[in-house]
Design a protein around this ligand. Structure first.
Ligand code: AMP
Length: 141
């Protein structure tokens, strides 16, 4: 199994500011932004700034900060978007469904009776993503 971190992955480029994102939250250890192909309204990603491919190589202290912020952001998203629940996903390695090899948690707000869009979902309207990101940012304070 290939376990080397590739610094040219798309999320490393977002972290470097080379590719834009609809930012939800940032601190010294974590960045969160909207998924551009959302499988539910408000689908967002939470990533560490430190390089790691996935759950199989992330350092425990980095994972701790990542999951704590993921919980905080997920609660804000569910509350401000009026969701009924939440699905949290993390895929490790291609065999596990991973496509971007910088670890990320998917935060998927859920509504009763509404299924997740299948993958790959259509690219979102950027104005809608900007509006959702602004709402969640405001809820985080
Ligand atoms: P996976 O690696 O399978 O867990 O999923 C990667 C996710 O990243 C998918 O949900 C994509 O829609 C999402 N994605 C890919 N490129 C971008 C990007 N530039 N900005 C935001 N999300 C992205």
């Amino acid at each position: 199994m290939q376990m080397t971190y590739d610094p040219n992955n798309i999320f490393a480029k977002i972290l470097a500011g080379e590719i834009p994102c609809h930012k939800v939250y940032e601190d010294d250890a974590v960045l969160s932004f909207m998924d551009i192909m959302p499988r539910s309204p408000g689908h967002l990603l939470v990533i560490p700034k430190a390089p790691a491919r996935n759950l199989l190589d992330i350092a425990p202290d980095v994972l701790t900060k990542l999951i704590l912020q993921t919980q905080r952001i997920a609660k804000a998203a569910v509350s401000v978007l009026g969701a009924d629940g939440l699905t949290l996903q993390q895929f490790s390695e291609a065999a596990g469904g991973q496509e971007v090899f910088h670890i990320h948690f998917h935060v998927l707000p859920r509504w009763e009776g509404i299924r997740l869009q299948s993958h790959p979902a259509p690219k979102a309207d950027m104005a809608v993503l900007a509006e959702q990101a602004a709402k969640i940012r405001a809820a985080l304070g």
